[in-house]
Design a protein around this ligand. Structure first.
Ligand code: THU
Length: 135
């Protein structure tokens, strides 16, 4: 694995261990890299009131924004299980807010990266900030 991907994987896998997933038993860790090169991590946080649960990507993006950063240059998620698991639809839109069409999104299992997609491949013809620009 390339060093810049390994660093994302290590961060996502470490935070996956802290996931609060007592209902699905499906732990997820996410790591985003910003333009400064910093890595921000998050895990899924489920809730007894099921719809109030949050995805791992949400936490990672929130940490980045709270640190004053606004641009994502790479995303990596680590999910349990043997299937390829990619970011859910809602998280693709959350990433879209801060990333470019060619931003890489790595989908990993606990054993390593299984696939990589660009944001545009996962969310083509997307709605984004440009749609709200004043004309
Ligand atoms: N989950 C994530 O954290 N990110 C995704 O992109 C897919 C799903 C979480 C939400 C829930 O806690 C568990 O995985 C099962 O859906």
């Amino acid at each position: 694995m390339e060093p810049h991907v390994q660093a994302l994987f290590d961060a996502a896998k470490a935070v996956q261990a802290n996931a609060h997933a007592p209902y699905s038993q499906f732990k997820v860790g996410a790591a985003v890299r910003s333009t400064s090169g910093r890595i921000f991590a998050g895990c899924n946080v489920e809730n007894a009131a099921f719809p109030q649960g949050a995805c791992a990507e949400t936490g990672a993006i929130s940490a980045m924004v709270a640190a004053g950063e606004r641009t994502i240059t790479a995303v990596l998620t680590v999910c349990d299980g043997t299937e390829l698991s990619t970011c859910c639809g809602g998280c693709r839109q959350r990433i879209r807010e801060f990333a470019a069409p060619d931003t890489p999104i790595y989908a990993a299992g606990t054993d390593g990266v299984r696939a990589v997609f660009t944001l545009d491949e996962l969310l083509p013809a997307s709605f984004g900030p440009h749609n709200l620009e004043q004309k």
